[in-house]
Ligand binder design. Sequence first.
Ligand SMILES: *Cc1c(COP(=O)(O)O)cnc(C)c1O
Length: 410
Amino acid sequence: MRYWKKLSHKELQRRIEKALSDNVDFNTDTSLGYPASKLDDKVFYSDAPFLKDAPTLKTYVANPNHIGCHTIGSSEVAFTGTQEIEREVLRVLAVDVFKCKEEQYDGYIAPGGTEANIQAMWVFRNYFENHFNAKNNEIAILASEDTHYSIPKGSNLLNIDLFSIPVEFENRVINVNVLDDIVKKAKENGKKYFIVITNMATTMFGSVDDMNIYTSVLEKYDLPYKLHIDGAYGGFVYPFSNKESTLNFANPKVSSITIDAHKMLQAPYGTGIYLCRKGLIENVLTKEAEYVEGMDLTLCGSRSGANAIAVWMILFTYGPYGWYEKVSILQMRTNWLCKQLDELGIKYFREEKMNIVTIHAEYIPEDIAVKYHLVPQKHGKGNKWYKVVVMDHVEIDNLMQLTDALKELR
Ligand SMILES: *Cc1c(COP(=O)(O)O)cnc(C)c1O
């Protein structure tokens, strides 16, 4: 870990104060051109005494706009202080967590994982168009059937066909032969360029795809591809629980990654993170964005700088060891739950390094599912699975209520 460390509350506060003072201050500076200001002070008191000790809330009130992308070219000068904090967040994630070389990445804090995934597919689609003269109907997206619905959403928006690859029912693994068959047929039907989405933990199962299954098949047919890791769910868990993970930029086949801070990191909503290798994001440059200083290379326009501060605050409050400990505690609780289920003879799926347990629905009466807010794979008829996500607030005492209720059914 080169950049990620733990800081004291004083240090955190000082750093954010400094960042805010490097931004335009709408209170004191004359700033005539922006359709922006601090939050309305009839409603959001900017002089409330508690703001002094609450750097994130203070930033919300100051309301910096992080419009554009700040890892490349120039950026809006009014918010340089807090943009620097966003760059620090991206650097910790790209270099320290996802093993990218220094300065060899671009990215931004998107409104969520959905946008980060769509941004990834948009970048790749335009990459194939710009570099290979590809037509939309020659490009295909490959993703497993357990993939998040933001991928079909993106396929629809970007007008690129999505091929959903079935997985085995019990272990949620992609079947190579089925994939081979789908790719072969797609090629015969005119698909020449492939966008692969590999899951670093699916939403329903926590399953982690073996990306080599995709790359080996595509290389066998000599097909150009670009690969994105959807780590919206697992990005803040899997790299810590599995030190051997190769789902990162050290692997030359990986081009981009989505990581949601507003899931496992417990950051405020609006903190999906998109990271890609250098040389890719330019493919989505919107030349018409002339009033934005620098290049607009993002899907959204305006976005809150306070979100970057919130993520930075969490990362630097814990530090890498603190975060590792937190992930380890969730792992231990998940192990505990699995052991109880084993003893009860209840079947479930669990990716060993993840904190999600997905139970065969036949063991869970509906009233229990409702009472404990278990999430079904499918609302309504034909649901086959219920999941338990072991989050910070899900302690052994809470899990025990569920296992006791299941014990009583025997
Ligand atoms: C939640 C999730 C997303 C989408 O994230 P939002 O932040 O809700 O837009 C994408 N992929 C996976 C695997 C997810 O779990």
